[in-house]
Design a protein around this ligand. Sequence first.
Ligand code: ADP
Ligand code: MG
Length: 638
Amino acid sequence: MVSSVETLEFQAETRQLLQLVIHSIYSNKDIFLRELISNASDALDKLRLESLIDSDLDVDTSDLHIALEVDKDARTLTVRDNGIGMSRDDIVDLIGTIAKSGTAGLLEKIKEAKDAGAAQSLIGQFGVGFYSAFMVADKVTLRTRRAGTDAGTQWESDGEGTYEIQALDGLPVGTSVTLHLKAADVEDGRADYLAEWKIRGIVKQYSDFIRWPIRMATEQTDAEGVTTHGIDTLNSMKALWARPRSEVTEAEYSEFYRQISHDGLDPAETIHMRAEGNFEYEALLFIPSQAPFDLFSRETKRGVQLYVKRVFIMDDCEALMPNYLRFVKGVVDAHDLSLNISREILQHDRQIRGVRRRLVKKVLGAIKDTQAKDAERYAKLWTQFGRALKEGLLEDTDNTEALLELVSAASTHDADKTTTLREYVERMKDGQDAIYYLTGETRAMVENSPHMEAFAAKGYEVLILTDPVDEVWVDQVPGFDGHRLQSIAKGQVDLDEPADGDEEAGAEKARHEQDFAALLPWFATTLSEQVKQVRLSSRLTTSAACIVGDAHDMTPTLEKMYRAMGQEMPPVKRILEVNPTHPLITALRSAHEANAEDPALAEIVELVYGGALLAEGGDLPDPARFTRLLTERLARGL
Ligand code: ADP
Ligand code: MG
């Protein structure tokens, strides 16, 4: 049949990515074969699953396999599978486009990455799989027929700007990818992908545990010079997770991890377990050493795949891993499930929920172990995944205790090192019952906030929490180790509560209350638009004033976050606390006593309020007015 050839262009981002793959990404070109085999294996999984679910699908699944075919004369290597295949539209969508979200942003980051190593670990984060063929081939021909359809398609490209696509009759179900190998590599010898030893070596190293046979025609010449031809299966086909732990090497775990995660790095933690009893399963889970670029994008998928008795069922199995552990990669093979189980049913399955609970405990346990054993490694892990783990404090109340043990936070105790809550509690002063913290946008803002003054002066340690999620979890957890978490910018602070019998301090406090009895109500009336109360502070030593919230008030950062998400919010009125020993406040009191009607006083009150807002990193409602009042006052003072 003569069919017309269509020439199509790669989507712009795909083209950029192709160029990156070909020219700069992998120092190790061998991995192209792993990628193509992995695609073939996925295609076989999909066909097997589809045939099990759809009994009308008329396909032969009796000999599902991958074949590697070498043609030395034509200098081609073909990876063939009799899997699910692709329709013409599939090809355009899957091969001509990168549909993955976040790709554009990632490409930017890759371009900005300073060194090749950084670029490589970024690129490793997405499935560039198929394109890796162009590292070794100057032309790639893909022929495919989707199971259940008659129309075959040929796709061909040199990896530059365009590809050609045409209909092709008479193709078997499945896909063949033919690489027209670069002459230079073949001649070089070391990269001769036509050589049997080379192909065997790569398959053994990267694809040994692929569950489908990877076959190749081989030649063997014996001592008498007689050559026999045969077909060899190159891989052992043993599912790694089904093997006993003691029989799996670190290198095999790492290779398996790379295969399922597309990550170029080794995993930080490997968890391999088997459950026996009335619901049997095996799980092989990994914590990556680096967070994926899209960990916080809405579309991020969970990394755990579900198998049933070695049959791949689904990626992104949300029933097996909570959202906050979405960075965990791996495989769960459950023995007693139906193959066509749906996501909905899984979500409600009691057994599966039990598995999930157990897996979560295992993962948190592994993280805890790292924390106990290796502080440096733990610090790295926390930098990568701490923010996600803290989401668990909102989602997973069953594990609040365990998660709180993991929390690492900056603290006034040490400028360079984070602390755990446990370490904080061990350092607590006699009589201190709460764990003090302050949230804010940056460490500097929090440290310089006036709220800190009395705590610093009295040597109380304060946790410095600057992740957006910190604003939320601190309000939701009941406390840690019997100590509540107390924001130093919320509620009353009684650091100065006179000790029993300390009559002098008690008398001073009473005197302050009396001295300011007239000033405070006037202050409050003057600022009635801005604050709900004005009171004396015991948290200030050098600042004149600060703004605090009631115990259940939203913090300004949280208010800003909600607004940024487009939520309508009535402005939250907070409380102004003034320092009864500050010269500005005492002078204001005297001036007010002398002439309560003086209009200049109201302006000073406004300045005091604005200063307190600025000091905590807040935004002035009217910066121009504030600046004018301030400069006029300064000019008069000179
Ligand atoms: P990934 O495997 O991460 O999705 P690839 O670039 O390796 O990325 O492949 C892109 C897509 O092309 C695959 O998801 C799959 O849908 C399709 N594909 C590639 N190779 C095959 C194949 N041999 N059979 C069927 N589909 C394939
Ligand atoms: Mg792939």
